[in-house]
Design a protein around this ligand. Structure first.
Ligand SMILES: NC(=O)c1ccc[n+]([C@@H]2O[C@H](COP(=O)([O-])OP(=O)(O)OC[C@H]3O[C@@H](n4cnc5c(N)ncnc54)[C@H](OP(=O)(O)O)[C@@H]3O)[C@@H](O)[C@H]2O)c1
Length: 338
């Protein structure tokens, strides 16, 4: 699915392109599924921090089978099931990924589930562990908690032993978050987030705030951070980059901490690989499970991106290149099944 001009998801169109060749340190993957993320929407709209030259194939995380190894790649063999962060190129039958951004797929993990994992769980783990230094028993507030990075942060927060307050913008999303194991849920549409968090924390506020939304949600959250807290700047799904009155950080003695997972992977590849090992161990132990909202066929990739735009997704949307029969009932697939 090629993006020849920038715009809404509908600009994506099917096209025949040459088979991508893996350079040194890369491998080619026969794609079975591609996870859809908010940055895909921003890239196609020309609103992301990186602007790849046109035309390009979007798709930042894939699961599939190793098809060819580039020079100098060891630790993988043709035919192995893998999952990888690709940044671009995933919405295609074949994609290339750096070997260091590729992991073997746990046995029995469906391609659609695996494709929903590395990007959002990698981001949420890096945010909460390296940037937020979240400790067991601390209170974690997650904004946009029913979204991709948000739902991963809820699950990881629970796995790390935090008390998780999950904030989202509809009754259906709050029910979803209760089912995900959030300790308390908050509807932040009415502007009552600050008071709700204060009420749930005996007036202290949250120790760590995970914010992929920005805008008014950030403004409210920045007023209910605990003493010694960490306010994690993850993204701006609302479309508004907030302005921050720094006196709040002084008065409450808290830190505002930036999170940039792509750059972290480039700057600290050994730490990023260790993060992924920890995440895969939790996934295999059944303590993490990507919630798949809907699976789309490749030709309907624009509809998958549009779901993120209209704010209807709970968990993740995934594009599958497998035959419908392999996907199970109604396009919905159970996690952790082949
Ligand atoms: N820093 C990093 O390394 C990193 C990595 C990955 C993603 N990100 C960024 O994080 C942000 C969220 O990504 P995601 O994958 O979690 O996205 P997502 O799955 O679409 O979730 C975003 C959530 O934001 C809320 N939202 C509020 N206003 C919105 C609007 N106008 N349009 C759409 N959603 C809106 C929605 O929840 P409610 O309806 O409940 O409010 C939605 O569930 C994006 O800006 C993305 O670029 C950053």
């Amino acid at each position: 699915m090629l993006c020849r001009r920038l715009g809404p998801p509908q600009v994506l169109e099917p096209a025949e392109v040459p088979l991508p060749q893996p350079a040194a340190g890369q491998l080619r993957i026969r794609v079975e599924a591609c996870g859809i993320n908010f940055p895909d929407l921003l890239l196609v709209a020309g609103k992301y921090q990186d602007r790849p030259p046109l035309p390009f194939i979007p798709g930042g995380e894939v699961a599939g089978v190793v098809d060819q190894l580039g020079a100098g790649v060891d630790g993988f063999a043709v035919g192995q099931p893998v999952m990888a962060a690709t940044m671009l190129g995933g919405l295609a039958e074949y994609a290339v990924a750096r070997a260091r951004d590729t992991d073997l797929r746990p046995a029995g993990l469906a391609a659609e589930t695996a494709a929903a994992f590395p990007g959002v769980y990698g981001t949420a783990w890096h945010a909460l562990v390296q940037r937020g230094r979240l400790q067991p028993g601390e209170t974690l507030l997650v904004l946009g908690a029913a979204g991709g990075t948000g739902s991963a942060a809820v699950q990881i927060g629970r796995a790390l032993g935090a008390r998780v307050l999950a904030a989202a913008g509809s009754a259906e999303k709050l029910a979803f978050l209760r089912a995900q194991g959030a300790d308390a849920v908050i509807d932040y549409r009415d502007g009552g987030l600050r008071d709700a968090v204060k009420g749930l924390t005996g007036g202290r506020g949250a120790d760590v705030v995970f914010d992929p939304v920005g805008g008014a949600a950030f403004d409210q959250a920045s007023r209910c951070v605990a003493w010694n807290g960490r306010l994690l700047v993850v993204g701006f799904a609302s479309g508004t980059i907030p302005r921050f009155p720094v006196n709040l950080a002084l008065l409450k003695g808290y830190a505002v901490v930036g999170v940039y997972y792509g750059r972290f992977r480039d700057e600290q590849p050994a730490e990023a690989a260790a993060n992924m090992r920890a995440l895969l161990a939790l996934l295999e132990a059944g303590r993490l499970a990507p919630p798949i909202h809907r699976v789309f066929a490749l030709e309907n990739a624009a509809s998958a991106l549009a779901c993120l735009q209209d704010r209807s997704v709970m968990g993740k949307v995934v594009v599958s290149l497998r035959q419908p029969a392999a996907l199970g009932d109604g396009g919905r697939i159970a996690p952790l099944t082949g």
